[in-house]
Design a protein around this ligand. Sequence first.
Ligand SMILES: Nc1ncnc2c1ncn2[C@@H]1O[C@H](COP(=O)(O)OP(=O)(O)OP(=O)(O)O)[C@@H](O)[C@H]1O
Length: 459
Amino acid sequence: MTHEQWGRLQQNLLKTLGKNNFANWIEPLEFSDISEGVATFEVPTTFLGNYVSQNFGDLILHQLSEVGEDVRRVNFRLAANIGNRPSLLDAQPKSAAPAAAPSAPATATREEIVPGAPLDARFTFDSFVVGKPNELAHAAARRVGEGGPVTFNPLFLYGGVGLGKTHLMHAIAHELQMHRPDLNVVYLSAEQFMYRFVQALRDRKMMDFKQLFRSVDVLMVDDVQFIAGKDSTQEEFFHTFNALVDQNKQIIISADRAPGEIKDLEDRIKSRLQCGLVVDLHPTDYELRLGILQSKVEQYRLQYPGLELATGVLEFLAHRISTNVRVLEGALTRLFAFASLVGRPITMELTQDCLADVLRASERKVSVEEIQRKVSEHYNIRLSDMIGPKRVRNYARPRQVAMYLCKQLTSRSLPEIGRRFGGRDHTTVMHGVRRIEELRTQDGQIAEDLEMLRRALEA
Ligand SMILES: Nc1ncnc2c1ncn2[C@@H]1O[C@H](COP(=O)(O)OP(=O)(O)OP(=O)(O)O)[C@@H](O)[C@H]1O
């Protein structure tokens, strides 16, 4: 590999892993050579080699192929002149695995996943947030990840875009590689399956293809709806599937909908797919979205130490972005990157500026009028009293609650909200919103009211 290629590869890894991970784990690697499909890197400590191998090995393999290197395996060798290298022990996370014996050089091998695709090191069970909408899928995936006797075959996971199907499949593969390194685990998308099938046909290597796929212990095929309508690929998939099930080998399939609902998929395949356990990932709810954001923020805090995050921002995003987790994650990434670039804390204002397009796209159709109506019903007061000038507490508090919800659930500006509340000034609205923000954390009743109202408005 040339210096230029190594430089490009490092740039790609920096982009994928972020500054901190990159500085801790990748920068200390010294590229040595590539020989007979094995790329060797020198590492200052065995611990570092093991950690990188376990967590980033597949990613490095993938990136090597991206820069045009044909590598099957990555090898980490303890550098001879360790004394000259900076020690990285201080930079190592406390939770990382203990150092292995120096006599056992670490290796990340892709042999076990050929003909599969590389796994994303970030998609583990640890990083998967569990909530009501995905708890069954998660439990089933966990069970399969244990690598015990095959109880349901296939495991069929389905759900809308960006709800965590791929994440769960990779997590199963990581888990199996750890607990059952003896198993030949293959993960690939249905598209890659088709691509390899067509390639084998073209190169007259069908026997190799069949043998390869029939020798796996666990086969995972992502986005199986892709092969609908592609007759010969379906045929081959069907045979592979049957051969593995007959040998009692575990199969895990994902799709964007239930087997019976995939159009142009042969009936015999549909019924095969329904034989095992079919579980769906439901659309996320508010709690799950908030949980995911909180767990991502923990990672970002390491990457951007010292960056301040105002209270209420995560709740706001969890309310407002309900499309899918990918969009939610993207929004948070952008927010942190933006705030760190401009060197400002992440406030509600900054969030609204930075994510204006995302927020507009996922805007809910809740109107100010609807909020006012629901809030007045909830507190049993007349709408005219809530909007009117009276300042007694019985009206003022519901009014502030309604203003707060308008700010949270609509894209109306403070002056616009003020106008809709009997022509009040925007500072009055701001005061009301802040007051409710404070009370939310101190007063259980207010928090409960807000939650009930939000649910009612979202329904
Ligand atoms: N419960 C969760 N906890 C943490 N991260 C999640 C969760 N669900 C989804 N994600 C994240 O959301 C992103 C999209 O998830 P993933 O790629 O697994 O979706 P998918 O269901 O396979 O979507 P597609 O239908 O587009 O293939 C990933 O970065 C994933 O880590």
